[in-house]
Design a protein around this ligand. Structure first.
Ligand SMILES: [Zn+2]
Length: 298
């Protein structure tokens, strides 16, 4: 069930223990600084966690708890507001053409990009996500990993990966494949938790992204992310931080992952609902996620 892995960025097997969460060890490569979970669950088990439950509450798979999303479908409007902003940024760097969204979940981003004139394709390992994207939205979404798709080289103008790379068993191999399917000058946009952020460093093992240690198996800093993209053949155009639109109610509920005293946060969340403020939209940027834009070097 568990497997030992070497550093995905530099290939070394030389680490320092950083923290232990629920019996899992997050280690730091002594040569390049990459943080990763070692040992970790095997690939098969990791792919089996993205079920319908994953998108609806804290998923339990084979008796093991994963975090997942509280209620992804109900949050569609907010997710699309967030995605619209990201699409505008992408369009500043590349002309509309063919776009691939890796780990597209239920297809919300593809739906939006299509309505803006992009030709879109998605990949997703969750059959729940694929079903929703195909049936409810009529999208071309394929079940499986990027490598399984065997897309033609250079066929995409843009590739997006929102909150995906930290889940992938071989991120460098994945980015090499992204590089192959992009045309020369094509754009990669990815978002991943920023393990070098102030919040991550202050909260340490209480940081939600670290606590998702069963599904998040790599933790990048801006430095290790740049290094990996550079190795694969990308020119990094910019690294910023990703913001996100939430309803106040669910946002308050998520606070419980960040605080010591659940009673206080529960009371505050209940008050928000009682005052009818739960559907108030707020834009949060805790500077805990990096948004990276990179171009394939020709
Ligand atoms: Zn390393």
């Amino acid at each position: 069930m568990f497997e030992q892995v070497r550093c995905n960025l530099c290939g070394a097997d030389d680490t320092l223990p950083v923290m232990e969460i629920d019996g899992f060890h997050i280690v730091r490569c002594r040569r390049c600084g990459l943080l990763y979970v070692n040992p970790r669950y095997g690939e098969e088990l990791l792919q089996g966690i993205y079920t319908e439950e994953y998108y609806d509450h804290d998923g339990i798979v084979d008796g093991l708890q994963f975090f997942g999303y509280d209620d992804y479908l109900a949050d569609e409007d907010n997710i699309k507001i967030t995605f619209a902003k990201r699409l505008r940024t992408i369009e500043r760097h590349v002309d509309r053409g063919r776009l691939l969204d890796i780990g597209c979940a239920t297809g919300f981003f593809l739906d939006l990009a299509r309505s803006e004139g992009w030709e879109v394709v998605g990949t997703e390992v969750s059959s729940f996500g694929v079903r929703h994207a195909r049936q409810a939205l009529g999208l071309d979404v394929r079940l499986g990993t990027l490598k399984e798709m065997q897309f033609d080289s250079g066929m995409f103008d843009a590739v997006t990966m929102w909150d995906v790379i930290e889940h992938v068993v071989d991120p460098m191999g994945e980015l090499k494949e992204v590089h192959r399917v992009l045309r020369d000058g094509g754009l990669l946009s990815l978002i991943t938790p920023d393990a070098g952020s102030l919040v991550a460093r202050v909260l340490g093992s209480r940081w939600e992204e670290f606590r998702r240690v069963r599904e998040h198996i790599y933790f990048f800093s801006r430095c290790t992310m740049r290094e990996m993209l550079h190795k694969v053949g990308f020119q990094v155009l910019g690294v910023g931080s990703a913001d996100k639109v939430f309803y106040l109610g669910p946002a308050m509920h998520r606070l419980k992952y960040y605080t010591w005293d659940g009673m206080i946060t529960n009371a505050a969340a209940n008050l928000v609902y009682k005052l009818g403020l739960d559907k108030v939209r707020i834009n949060i940027n805790p500077f805990t996620k990096m948004a990276v834009y990179a171009r394939k070097r020709g």
